[in-house]
Design a protein around this ligand. Structure first.
Ligand SMILES: NC(=O)c1ccc[n+]([C@@H]2O[C@H](COP(=O)([O-])OP(=O)(O)OC[C@H]3O[C@@H](n4cnc5c(N)ncnc54)[C@H](OP(=O)(O)O)[C@@H]3O)[C@@H](O)[C@H]2O)c1
Length: 272
């Protein structure tokens, strides 16, 4: 019996289905709808779930419909879904699509949870910000949480406006980390370390520092002070970063991402 229908069978649908199956859910519980034959074939091969080209009555009994298409495809996908809605929870993961806009496209349907996941979900290490419309009951919230928890951590927010901040911090965040990784990798190569060693050192340093911070009761500023001995190498490096005010630039970058998220919400929310 189908319990979760995915509209859009791309990368995120594959990650979520993979996570749910790893938790013991059976392939027969899922149906994925995607107009692309290539996407259907790939998803079917990777996960063993049933796929279809268009929605049909079989989704009437599903508990959850996950909307996993690109933001600019959401209005059309919502129009196709609208006639099939009974009491299913609609879980949208599309970046920047606000629940009032989606509710309008669904003809006033409000059992909607909006989630903002991030790409580490693809390796089961994601974090998602979640917001539920007031019309969603505890069972609906639990169902949405279980799906996103299959690929990482979840955090609920009562104010949908904060999802623009979540998008800027953790949604776009992997790119900031890759940017620093690239720079550390380049620095290591410029110091004539062999490229393979440079990359290993950069990756292990990032993941090790994050694990240390997560395991420690101390905040990052204290941990930084602890590895910065007076007159030493770290102090010299940090003085260079401080002189360029790298931290302020990062704060500005994340604020710019949040502002762009708000703009995109306005743009995507238009009815034409
Ligand atoms: N990747 C991430 O980490 C991440 C993080 C946060 C949020 N998201 C959100 O997750 C959503 C999905 O991302 P993705 O990377 O999985 O995208 P994707 O790989 O492009 O998958 C979307 C799939 O939906 C298909 N599609 C298009 N219109 C459809 C319709 N009307 N009905 C059913 N299927 C349709 C697309 O086919 P065509 O290719 O033929 O158009 C494509 O195969 C996006 O809205 C994105 O903002 C992703």
């Amino acid at each position: 019996m189908i319990s979760i229908v995915f509209i859009g069978g791309g990368n995120m649908a594959r990650a979520l289905i993979g996570g749910l199956k790893a938790q013991g859910r059976a392939a027969q519980e899922f149906l994925a709808i995607d107009p692309s034959a290539e996407a259907r074939a790939r998803l079917g091969l990777d996960t063993g779930v049933r796929t279809g080209e268009t929605l049909d009555q079989s989704i009437g009994a599903a508990q959850v419909v996950v909307m996993a298409v690109k933001p600019q495809q959401m209005r059309v996908a919502a129009a196709a879904l609208r006639p099939f809605l009974r009491e299913q929870l609609v879980l949208t993961i599309a970046a920047g699509i606000r629940t009032p806009d989606l509710a309008r496209w669904l003809g006033g349907y409000r059992r909607i949870v909006r989630a903002m996941p991030n790409t580490p979900a693809l390796v089961n290490a994601g974090i998602s910000g979640l917001f539920a419309d007031a019309a969603v009951d505890a069972a609906g919230r639990n169902a949405a949480q279980a799906i996103l928890e299959a690929v990482g951590e979840v955090l609920w927010f009562d104010d949908e406006g904060l999802l623009d901040a979540v998008t800027a911090v953790s949604g776009s965040g992997p790119a900031y980390v890759f940017y620093f990784l690239e720079a550390l990798d380049r620095a290591a190569c410029e110091l004539e370390l062999p490229p393979a060693a440079a990359r290993r050192l950069a990756y292990a340093t990032f993941s090790g520092a994050v694990r240390l911070a997560q395991a420690s009761p101390l905040d990052p500023a204290t941990l930084r002070a602890q590895v910065t001995s007076k007159g030493g190498t770290t102090e010299r490096a940090l003085a260079t970063l401080e002189a360029a005010d790298v931290a302020t630039q990062l704060v500005r970058a994340v604020a710019a991402a949040a502002a762009r998220g708000r703009e995109m919400g306005e743009e995507f929310g238009k009815d034409h």
